[in-house]
Each structure stands twice: as C-alpha cells, then as structure tokens.
Design a protein around this ligand. Structure first.
Ligand SMILES: *Cc1c(COP(=O)(O)O)cnc(C)c1O
Length: 660
C-alpha cells in the first residue's frame, strides 16, 4: 500500500464500521450497525456519532461495540450513480405486492410470485438471500446468516458533516445502488423487517429504486432482502466478492423521499394495479386513526361557555372548559367588549407594527405587566403564537433549549421552529434536567416549562428550576396558561404559589383560559419585550387582536384583581371534587383546576367519556398523541362557577361509569 506522504498522489480514505450488540441469555443480539467511507479528518466526528448512535438505540444499550477502521485507497473505490427514486403509494400490502410483480415483469422476471414466496425464508436472516431467479436456487453460502453487502457510502459533498440520526432512506439507496452493480445481479427486492415500518422497494438498473409504501401489515416483524441473480453460476463467486469487498461510493444520493433526485430519468411504468390517487393518503390516515380510536370530531355548543352548556337542546354539566373563573358570560366583560366595538369597530386592520396598534393594546399590556410584576408585557394573538414566536426568537443557533417532556404542543412547535439544540428532560425531574445541563454546559441556554401541566394538572418545580438557572446562568421561561387565575392565593400564578422573590425571565400566558377572551402574552424585562417586538415572527407578521377581544381580556383581568374570592371559590371546588372522588376510591389529588382520572386504554377512556356524555356530563377523554399511549384519561376541568351539586353529580356518575 502506498504511503499518503509519498510524492505520487494516493489519497487515503477510511472505511469505518460499527456493530453494536447485546448478549441476552447466552446469544448475542444485534442492536445497531452502520458504516461509512470517509476522509481522515472526519474519523473522530464519525466515531463519536456511531458510538452515540449505538448507545442511544431504542432496542437497548449494547454491551459490545465493534468498531473497525481500515484505510482504503482512492483507486480501490468504485464510483456509481444513485438509482433514480420513485415512490408508489398504495392502499394496502396486497396492492404493494402486485406492484412488485409488475416491476419484476419489466425486468424480464415472470415467476415473481414464486420469488416473493421465498421471503418466508428470509425472516430471521441478518443478511440477504442470493437467489437464482430462474431456478429459485439459493446461492449464498451461509443460509442462516445470508449475504452482507458492505463497504459502501454516499459521496458526501460537505466535509465533516455527520448525520447523527440514521437515515434509513439514504442508506437503502446506497445499498441498492451498490448491489445492482454486482456481476449477474439484475435486481433487488427488500421488505422492511422492522415491525414499525411497512415499506419496501424493488430496484433494478432499468427501473431505478421504486419505493412502495406498503408491503406488509403494521406490526409484522417479517421482512428481508433478496438479491436477484441471473446467469451462469461460475460468476457467483465474483458476485459475492463484489458485494462483500468492493468499496463503492454512490453519487447523488437523495436524503429523503420528498427530495428525490428529480434530474435522474425515472422510467414511468404503466401498471393496471391501483396506483393510488394523490389524495388517498388522506383517507388512509383517517381510517388508521379511526381503527386506533384516535379519530377526533367536534361537538357543537349552542349556549355560552359556562358550568352548564346546551348541546342538541340538552343540558350538560361542563367539565372540560378552561374557562376556570367562569367569566366568559360575565355581563361586565360583555359590556366592555361591546363598548370597544362601539368605539373602535370590529377589526384592527393591521399588525401591531403597522396600523393595528390601539390604545387598548397598550393598556392591556400595562395591566398584564403590573399583574405579573414585570417591567413590560407584549401581546400575541394566541397563547400558541406567543410560545411559537417567543421560543423560536430566543432559540437562536448556538442556544440550547431544555424542555420538559410533557410541555404543551405550542412549546414543542416553538422548539422545532427555533435553530437551537433541543434537549428534552424527564417530566419535572430536576436531577435529569441538571445532568443534561452539566453534560452540555451551554453558554446560551433556556429552560422552558409549563407552570401547570395541561394534561396532568401537576405544577412545575419552579423553585428548583430557578436555582439551576442561577447556578448555570440560563434563562427560564414559564407557560402560565393553566396557572394564571388558578394557582396562588389570589390567582397570580406560579410565582405567587411558591412565594418566589424573583420572576422567571419569561412569563408567558394566555388570555383564553381564566381571562375569558383570546390571545397570548409574554411578561418580562423591557429588553426582552423590545427584542420580541423585533424578532418574534408570529408577533410581527399577523394582524393584531380585535378591539372587543382586548377589551374583554382587560375587563376580565380587572375582575380577577378586584374579586379574589372567585379564585378562593375555585380552590374550594377543586378540593371538594377531589375529596369526593377519593371517597369513591378514585385516587386523584391536584392543586390546579385540572383533575386527571387515569383510565389507560384509549378505547376504554373513549367509551367512559361517551357514557358520561349520555348521562349529561361533558368531560374529555385525552388520548395519544396528547398523552402517551396507554395513558388515556378523563380530564376534568373545574370552574369557580360549578356548584357543590354539580360536582357531587359528576363524581358520583364517574364512579358508577368507571366501576364495572
Ligand atoms: C392552551 C395552552 C396554550 C395555547 O394557548 P391558546 O391561547 O389557546 O393558543 C399554550 N400553552 C399551554 C400550556 C396551554 O394549555
């Protein structure tokens, strides 16, 4: 082998391979594997990425990691083009299988169904079957293990780029593109052996890489690969040697099915199979949701939102509203909204930074900052937009956001929109949070948490979080959607609840829950608000809230300030309701207005909620994906305007419905 420092230019590359396994009851189980062909200066980064991939695999922690690094000279490497990619969407596995047969016919294979039957022998193989397509003879020397195609990678154009998540799509194309170039191989068929994936592909030089969205049923661990061989058997050795030893780099590999190589000529194949029309994924998704009891529909309410509502002409006790203080139908607040319409009209006509900034907006912001004891406040159109706008603006590149795993979807979306690194910590687990902070030691970090968690009703350990932010010099943002007007002796929220001396840096909340209107807000320092006013895109690029909405929120905040007895009444109701459930042996205890009653199975939770509905109680069943699978629950929301009678009735009916 030539030395890379010798005059004649032999550029060195390295083959890097990782295999991780775990020994279980004597046998070794594969956890994860990966390989790349890279430059010398990329070795460190890739080794690190491989190890992290191995250590964090969902299949478990490996107890053996085999890492192999071999030098490869440039002239040993063969360059091939990636197969052009085409996706065929199908409704079900049978159609997918039919489509494969059509494609096999295109490459001159007429006994496709006999070949597909061979998959019954691949299920436990780690490698592929090498099949003579005409005689159906298996040509791989070791039938148990199968053939492993290896020494291949995509040509990566940006140096040092390490993908930390495994890109199955790109890896499959690299593999297929190599396999298809082996002597006497005329095609490859693959069905995913992962129970969570139902896709597969058929590949050949003349048809390209045809990805088929469904080839088996969800949950089935069956799958495998078949390399299709045609010709004299004296080339089998060359073929296997190519697959196992030839170093191959594949050019122009697309990264995901959506950005598949448009320039590459995709042969259009006409089949009379039901290749599905472009809208069919809608029906498929809907049917899937229905089958799994995850499909949602809307109820229509015919009266004002209060402790009782009318639906279909019937009276229901409302146990699902966020209108905790029961202010949405308060006459003073309605009058304030009507007066605002009289004076300012119905719409604001522009964003806050253009023409949509009225005296009312400024006044409400002043009231809010006073209420939260901060320098300033800024309004957003919804709580959702407040989170998305604020978090994406604070999460610049280089920032690390630490986010509780049970945070509200709008926080999650804000994180997704940001350019920050996002680290999810275990729910309200301060040890896990601190470990994560220590591990990363960010110079710019933000901890973000719900104050009251919307599905569990528990309260974030803010005192401990504030300690951590001090210790590690991080910002902290708290979402007070379910805490304002609810917790703290006078409903001022989480800071009052814990009697904290200082505020979190960012106090976000909504006007849509206790404050009986709609809109979101952020309270904080003058600097923070100036920053958001210039950087939060959901603030800048959306028409501001209408005058009636602002006036209603302002009036509701005034009621909250002047009538703390409403908050007291809410606290009383919460305690009263929990006590009654406990009395029936239903274990719940919460300091917030959200009382979760865990049921478990999605289907059962739905059934109980619908039985309660038939008994005149409006209560929501919360299911995956809002909460984890198998953690479905009834979620009772208590209002200050519920009477003891209401709560007695509800507790008693829940008890009777839950117990068989
Ligand atoms: C409801 C809610 C939001 C969103 O507020 P909207 O004003 O309804 O958009 C944000 N965060 C949490 C925790 C919520 O419960």
């Amino acid at each position: 082998m030539k030395n890379k420092y010798e005059g004649d230019v032999t550029i060195m590359m390295y083959s890097l391979k990782m295999r991780a396994s775990q020994s279980k009851s004597g046998s070794s189980q594969h956890i994860s594997g990966a390989e790349r062909i890279i430059n010398e200066n990329e070795i460190n980064l890739n080794v690190e990425a491989f190890i992290s991939r191995a250590m964090n695999h969902s299949k478990g922690q490996p107890d053996f990691i085999n890492l192999k690094i071999e030098a490869v000279t440039q002239d040993e490497i063969q360059y091939v083009d990636a197969l052009p990619v085409k996706t065929v969407e199908v409704l079900n596995a049978e159609t997918g299988q039919e489509i494969i047969l059509k494609y096999l016919e295109q490459i001159g294979i007429t006994n496709g169904s006999a070949i597909m039957k061979m998959f019954s022998q691949t299920y436990n193989m780690r490698g592929a079957m090498l099949l003579d397509v005409d005689t159906l003879e298996r040509l791989e020397p070791n039938h148990e293990r199968g053939l492993r195609a290896t020494y291949m990678d995509a040509v990566h154009n940006s140096a040092n780029k390490v993908e930390d998540t495994k890109n199955h799509f790109a890896e499959a194309i690299v593999l297929a593109s190599k396999v298809i170039n082996a002597p006497n191989i005329i095609g490859e068929i693959c069905v995913s052996d992962d129970p969570n994936y139902v896709t597969g592909y058929v590949a050949a030089l003349s048809i390209g890489y045809v990805r088929i969205t469904k080839l088996k049923d969800m949950g089935s661990p069956d799958g495998g690969r078949i390399f299709l061989y045609r010709g004299d058997h004296d080339k089998v050795k060359d073929c296997i040697n190519y697959l196992e030893h030839q170093k191959v780099l594949v050019r122009n590999v697309p990264n995901n099915p959506a950005t598949q190589n448009k320039n590459a000529a995709t042969k259009n194949i006409v089949t009379n199979c039901s290749i599905v029309d472009k809208n069919n994924f809608l029906m498929e998704t809907i049917n899937n949701l229905k089958q799994n009891n995850l499909y949602r529909t809307m109820n229509v309410i015919e009266s004002a939102q209060d402790s009782h509502v009318a639906i279909d002409g019937h009276d229901f006790i409302m146990m699902a509203s966020n209108n905790y203080l029961g202010l949405t139908a308060d006459s003073r607040i309605k009058v304030a909204a009507m007066d605002a319409i009289e004076r300012y009209g119905t719409g604001s006509g522009g964003s806050r930074l253009t023409t949509g900034n009225f005296t009312l907006h400024k006044e409400l912001e002043d009231d809010l900052s006073k209420f939260k004891h901060t320098e300033r406040a800024i309004l957003f159109n919804t709580g959702y937009m407040a989170n998305v706008g604020t978090i994406s603006a604070l999460g610049r590149s280089g920032t690390v956001i630490f986010s509780d795993e049970l945070n509200h979807a709008s926080i999650i979306d804000g994180c997704r929109l940001s350019r920050a690194q996002v680290v999810i910590y275990r729910h309200n687990d301060m040890k896990d949070l601190e470990n994560n902070i220590k591990k990363i030691a960010p110079s710019n970090g933000l901890i973000v948490t719900d104050a009251v968690f919307s599905m569990d009703g528990d309260i974030a350990n803010l005192p401990a979080i504030m300690e951590l932010t001090k210790k590690y010099n991080l910002l902290v943002m708290v979402d007070e959607a379910h805490s304002t007007g609810v917790i703290g002796g006078t409903g001022h929220g989480i800071v009052e609840h814990f009697g904290l001396k200082s505020n979190p840096d960012v106090l976000m909340g909504t006007l849509s829950k206790s404050l009986a209107s709609e809109g979101g807000y952020v309270c904080g320092s003058q600097t923070l608000i100036d920053y958001l006013c210039n950087k939060a895109r959901s603030f800048i690029f959306s028409t501001s809230l209408a005058p009636a909405t602002i006036a209603a929120a302002k009036a509701a905040l005034n009621v909250l300030n002047t009538e703390p007895e409403r908050v007291k009444r809410l606290h009383y109701n919460i305690e009263y309701f929990c006590k009654h459930l406990n009395h029936y042996g239903i274990n719940t205890n919460t300091e917030s207005a959200i009382v979760p009653i865990i049921i478990g199975e999605e289907e059962r939770a739905l059934k109980i909620a619908s039985e309660l509905y038939n008994k005149g109680i409006y209560i929501s069943a919360i299911r995956y994906p809002t909460v984890a699978k198998g953690q479905a629950r009834l979620r009772a929301a208590i209002m200050a305007t519920h009477t003891e009678d209401d709560l007695n009735t509800v507790a008693e009916k829940i008890n009777r419905t839950i117990k068989p």
